[in-house]
Ligand binder design. Structure first.
Ligand code: FE2
Length: 309
């Protein structure tokens, strides 16, 4: 009798287990069918050799659905259209269809300004404003134009962009958000942070938690969640900033100072590529890879989950 009861209990347990969802092998979600995606983040692209190494690494990763470029998409001294063609030929042009740019100060170095950028990226430039958004894998991505805050004289493009951003985010309630642009609000590297970027943070922080990616400084920095004043914030409503600048010549000067906010991780003297796996429920995990003298190593990993308001 006892054996019979044991067999019935065992059968019930097996039946129960077979009906449970199988945890995703590579996902970061909550155990439902794996519909997570992997994206790569790079910035400040220059130099044939480094571009070859960085693009090779992204291609070797496999299954990358999108590559966000955090500005300076051609970080040469001058960037007329021909410079883009030379840099991308045989390197990033192999993955051109999944590249999502935003403009940086080096992209401005054409005559007229940004003409090389707009001609090369065509509809992906989203000229003349050069900001846009899109959805992928259940996440909402916003590509912004930091250079609009560095226009001399009277110009309303920055204010217009902030208004657009407010409306764009309001139209996607509940979606986990990634925003990216060129100049970081916070940075301890050579070019420092840029306080002119605060309006972006104000709007994003009012909307909810987010991941923010920037370039401009040729280092890797990761900050714990912050509010737009640079004060520590709970993961539930903070912005986690990543500076993933170097796709070209790395900085070697270390951190400028230790005044808050201080990055949780700071790494220089290498090319960096960020890989982020994103689940539709806001779960994410990341691995940052660095290339030094052709050798690849992981310099940071982590995970979290954005829970939109
Ligand atoms: Fe820059």
């Amino acid at each position: 009798m006892r054996g019979k009861i044991l067999r019935i209990v065992l059968s019930f347990v097996v039946l129960l287990m077979s009906s449970m969802p199988v945890p995703a092998q590579d996902g970061v979600g909550t155990g439902q069918a794996d519909s997570s995606i992997t994206i790569a983040v790079i910035g400040d692209l220059a130099g044939k050799k480094s571009s070859q190494q960085v693009s090779d690494l992204i291609i070797a990763q496999g299954s990358v659905k999108a590559v966000l470029i955090a500005g300076d998409t051609c970080n040469t001294a001058a960037t007329p259209l021909g410079e883009y063609g030379k840099l991308y030929k045989g390197t990033y042009d192999r993955i051109l269809s999944i590249l999502y740019p935003c403009p940086g100060n080096h992209d401005k170095r054409s005559i007229p300004p940004f003409s090389g950028y707009c001609s090369f990226w065509k509809e992906k430039a989203h000229a003349p404003d050069m900001y846009y958004s899109f959805d992928l894998g259940g996440w909402h991505f916003v590509s912004l134009n930091s250079e609009a805050f560095h226009v001399k004289g009277k110009d309303e493009s920055a204010a217009n962009q902030i208004e657009w951003l407010r409306k764009d985010l309001a139209a996607r309630p509940g979606a986990p958000v990634i925003a990216y642009w060129h100049r970081p609000l916070f940075s301890k590297a050579k070019h420092c942070g840029d306080g002119k970027m605060k309006p972006f943070w104000d709007v994003i922080h009012a909307h909810g938690p987010a991941l923010v990616f920037n370039g401009h400084n040729h280092v890797y920095e990761r900050y714990d969640p912050l509010d737009s004043e640079g004060k520590s914030a709970a993961a539930a409503n903070g912005i986690q900033e990543f500076v993933i600048g170097p796709g070209s010549s790395p900085d070697k000067d270390g951190m400028l100072n230790t005044e808050p906010p201080v990055p949780a991780v700071f790494h220089d003297k290498a090319l960096h590529v960020g890989f982020f796996t994103l689940a539709p429920d806001g779960g994410y995990k990341f691995t940052i890879k660095a290339i030094t003298d052709g050798k690849i190593k992981e310099v940071d990993t982590g995970s979290g989950r954005l829970v939109p308001y």
